[in-house]
Design a protein around this ligand. Structure first.
Ligand SMILES: [Zn+2]
Length: 446
């Protein structure tokens, strides 16, 4: 992908997708039935055994026992006997513009040098998410035009990918070393409010509030977002930021507690629980990625990465993994791990409303596995598997305000259904083994 091929790189990547899509997706049937497997519908109730789910177009129209459900003659039937069906998963915090490269600075300059269009990267990421069973994801920080273009291409079915909700650039008082078009720097509540208006006018789905923001900034962002019908996800760690975001009515507290600091004061945790304010901790990449990679560095050469990425991109990722323990990103991982259990545990014990988000795409945190790892981290710390699955489905949909369309397998909902090998109630790693993924009534598989 050096100079001569720069102009073609977008075309070539797009070509890859069409091949992959042609191989991975079965043409949309008028009617689809998934028949015979056990159904976990997204509620915390016992499963429906030997179930059938009937889909027409992009919607679920009937759910029942396979023996009792009438399946019209012209229906494409997919045998799910011996498998488990559940709602498609929802990742509330992903970054499509990165896909696990070790170092952000190097990644963005590599994209520039090679002339790679960030939209191509975002489409690879969205497809990885989909094939990992993530049918809906929220991107919390990427260039505005690219975000909307990728979201819309996926929505039109032109590329296979998770249904995306896009934040576009985040709003911050401290502009970081990420490229300029990933962030909107503000220095007053008025500017923060104007930034929300601008993003809303452009057509984003959510607002991401990043760092250095005052209580008044959060208030301005939340008020403007409410007026525009958008929800705000705030990146908060410091207790004061969490308190300010909570009291300003910020809708989702993301990362809270996972950055290597001791658990919060009980008052703060209790107030969040009482308010029913959702917490999305993005914990697994803080506590799992580094030790797992020390133990099994071979995970970095996961064949799925080689399969999904153009060769030059794969090689650049591999280069970035050399001596990964020296990467700036991991210099505070020891503190994150030291406090990891307590930080995540405080929300589980207190009974907070929790959604699942992964920060997937951050260094060594691949879209191919981030969400089931996050769910497993919650289960390992005492969350009931059914509760963890609900957090990643039904509750995630509620957090997005999309519960009328997403999050459960029941008539009237969009047909987003994951079929896995094994019962995740007893072995949550079954979520790592998607047999097929249905999104909007279309079947996808790796
Ligand atoms: Zn993030």
């Amino acid at each position: 992908m050096r100079s001569g091929s720069i102009a073609r790189s977008r075309f070539l990547l797009a070509g890859c997708f069409w091949l992959a899509t042609a191989a991975g997706a079965i043409a949309q049937p008028q009617r689809l039935a998934l028949v015979g497997g056990m159904l976990l519908d997204g509620y915390q109730v016992p499963p429906l055994h030997h179930a059938a789910v009937l889909v027409e177009g992009d919607r679920i129209v009937a759910v029942g026992r396979a023996a009792e459900l009438e399946i019209p003659a012209d229906t494409e039937v997919v045998d799910t006997r011996g498998r488990v069906m559940l709602p498609g998963l929802i990742d509330l915090h992903a970054h499509l513009a990165v896909l696990g490269h070790g170092e952000y600075g190097r990644w963005f300059s590599w994209l520039d040098e090679e002339g790679v269009d960030v939209e191509d990267v975002m489409e690879i990421s969205a497809r990885q998410l989909l094939l990992a069973g993530v049918t809906t994801a929220v991107d919390l920080g990427a260039p505005l035009e690219a975000s909307l273009a990728v979201r819309d291409r996926i929505a039109r079915g032109e590329v296979a990918g998770a249904r995306m909700l896009m934040a576009g650039p985040w709003i911050t008082r401290r502009v970081s070393f990420w490229p300029e078009n990933y962030q909107i720097g503000v220095s007053s509540p008025e500017e923060a409010s104007a930034a929300v208006e601008r993003l809303a006018d452009a057509g984003v789905d959510v607002i991401k509030a990043w760092v250095g923001l005052t209580r008044e900034d959060y208030q301005a962002i939340a008020d403007t977002a409410n007026r525009r019908g958008l929800r705000v996800h705030a990146h908060v760690y410091a207790p004061d930021d969490v308190r300010n975001a909570l009291e300003a009515g910020i809708h989702v507290l993301t990362h809270a507690g996972s950055a290597g600091t001791p658990p919060y004061e009980p008052d703060l945790v209790r107030d969040i629980v009482v308010a029913g304010r959702p917490v999305v901790i993005t914990g697994a990449h803080r506590v799992w990625v580094f030790p797992a990679t020390l133990d099994f560095p071979e995970r970095l050469q996961d064949p799925r990465l080689r399969q999904d990425l153009p060769p030059a991109m794969y090689e650049e990722l591999q280069r970035s993994f050399t001596d990964f323990h020296r990467l700036p990103y991991f210099q505070t991982t020891d503190r994150q791990m030291f406090f990891g259990d307590a930080s995540l545990g405080q929300w589980i014990e207190a009974g907070a409303v929790m959604g699942m988000g992964t920060d997937s795409g951050t260094p060594l945190n691949f879209h191919t596995e981030a969400l089931w790892r996050e769910i497993k981290a919650h289960v390992d710390l005492g969350m009931e598997p059914l509760d963890a699955i609900a957090a990643a489905t039904r509750i995630g949909a509620r957090i997005l305000g999309m519960q009328a369309d997403l999050g459960t397998v029941e008539p009237g909902k969009l047909a987003d259904i994951l079929v896995v090998d094994g019962d995740p109630r007893f072995d949550i790693t079954a979520l790592a083994r998607p047999v097929l993924v249905v999104k909007d009534g279309r079947v996808h598989q790796r």
